[in-house]
Design a protein around this ligand. Structure first.
Ligand SMILES: [Mn+2]
Length: 418
């Protein structure tokens, strides 16, 4: 029997509307160490986006390397396999690979050989030892594939075709290793990509446009792969009866990711096949609050609802809930932020950007094909007519006289200064 834990999209070092996620990440890693202790998997697979940016802060690097050291100390036989995602700097992530190998930690930032000329298939394959003391799994540890990483293929979409070719070659090499060394082993793949049919949840995933397509097909992963451990989409989801899965991120990385539970996956293999899958729910350390809970509300209503936040217990800033505010705007209001900040003065929350939408914007967000304004004749447009048209579009009313007056004053000053 072979037991593995699949996780992805940690995004260590993320700055969330200017606030650190270090407390949540540290709590997640402590929890993960407890899970490892309790379930004793043979291997941990981390499918990309270890860090949020290519230059992660030192605190994030410290969290990551401390986690590796603690996991190793706690369970000396745990095999760790880490691949780079689209947020990671592959070569930077891989820089300490030789050092980490001495601790049986495999880290892959780039799929290429030292010359950068072709796929280093031998390096991408990681045999995993199971209960029997023999190889019970063979992992294809494929980092995120950039256009320069894939084999050259003559096709309409060389990147997309190259990704398929890379997986084709890696799978063939894994089969060969299995046949010659461990015929009973399960073939397992790690990938970081957007699969066709996958559900995006947020801007924090950063869209991948591969050639002209946004996603790669399920047939990239042939049926003899017992399990495909994916990263990139932050909401957990599965394909083909759970043979192909996104574990999802362990914490919500944007407000759009706050409405569901986050998890890591525990999988058991025997006789080369996936036998069972268990979801381990990650406890939420910091709440993400939205006022109003659904939709957008006018400012007076929002201010009233904020009053209830005064009852929140006082907390140090790193433990305070994050707050998103959705205001239904009836006109431009330069005092909006000030009024909200004042209402929150004694509240133990971290204010994230305030979103303001007009009724017109809400309608156009709901309809898939917004009405495009007719092409304008530039010769008859004046600054005032542009302002009026935009104001009417947003607020379905004429701009107030003082706003047009203010525009005229600015224009006159501009003329004087030329
Ligand atoms: Mn990600």
């Amino acid at each position: 029997m072979l037991k593995i834990l699949h996780t992805a999209d940690w995004h260590l070092g993320q700055s969330f509307h200017g606030f650190s996620r270090e407390t949540e990440h540290a709590a997640f890693l402590d929890w993960l160490l407890q899970q490892l202790q309790q379930h004793r998997p043979h291997a941990l697979l981390l499918a990309g986006d270890v860090f949020d940016t290519i230059h992660p802060p030192a605190t994030a690097q410290k969290l990551f390397y401390s986690f590796l050291a603690r996991a190793r100390a706690q369970q000396p036989d745990l095999q760790l396999v880490v691949t780079a995602g689209n947020h990671d700097a592959g070569s930077r992530l891989e820089a300490p690979a030789r050092l980490l190998e001495t601790f049986d930690i495999r880290i892959l930032g780039t799929p290429l050989n030292a010359d950068g000329t072709e796929l280093d298939l031998a390096r991408l394959l990681v045999p995993l030892t199971g209960d029997s003391g023999r190889t019970e799994g063979i992992v294809i540890a494929m980092p995120f594939l950039r256009p320069a990483d894939v084999p050259p293929v003559v096709a309409d979409d060389p990147w997309l075709a190259g990704i398929r070719e890379a997986w084709h070659q890696a799978t063939a090499a894994a089969r060969q290793m299995k046949d010659s060394t461990a015929p009973q082993a399960a073939l397992i793949a790690i990938g970081h990509c957007h699969l066709l049919g996958g559900q995006e949840t947020s801007e924090s995933e950063r869209r991948l446009i591969v050639g002209h397509a946004e996603a790669i097909g399920l047939d990239t992963f042939p049926a003899d792969l017992a399990y495909v451990a994916l990263g990139h989409l932050h909401r957990a989801q599965s394909f083909e009866q759970g043979r192909i899965r996104y574990s999802g991120s362990p914490i919500p990385l944007s407000f759009t990711e706050s409405g569901y539970q986050h998890q890591v996956l525990l999988l058991e293999f025997s006789e080369g096949q996936l036998q069972s899958t268990q979801s381990l729910t990650v406890p939420r350390t910091i709440p993400l609050l939205t006022v109003p809970e659904r939709g957008f509300a006018p400012l007076p209503q929002v201010l009233q609802q904020l009053e209830s936040l005064r009852n929140l217990p006082a907390l140090p800033i790193e433990l305070q809930p994050f707050l998103r505010i959705n205001v239904l705007a009836t006109g431009p209001d330069p005092t909006r932020r000030q009024q909200i900040e004042q209402a929150l003065q004694h509240c133990s929350v971290r204010l994230c950007p305030i979103q303001a939408q007009t009724a017109v914007e809400q309608q156009s967000a709901d309809s898939p094909e917004p009405d495009r304004p007719a092409t304008a004749d530039l010769s008859v447009l004046t600054p005032a007519s542009v302002l009026t048209r935009e104001y009417q579009r947003l607020y379905a009313a004429d701009p107030p006289a003082e706003l047009l007056q203010a525009l005229q004053e600015i224009l006159q000053q501009e003329e004087l200064s030329v």
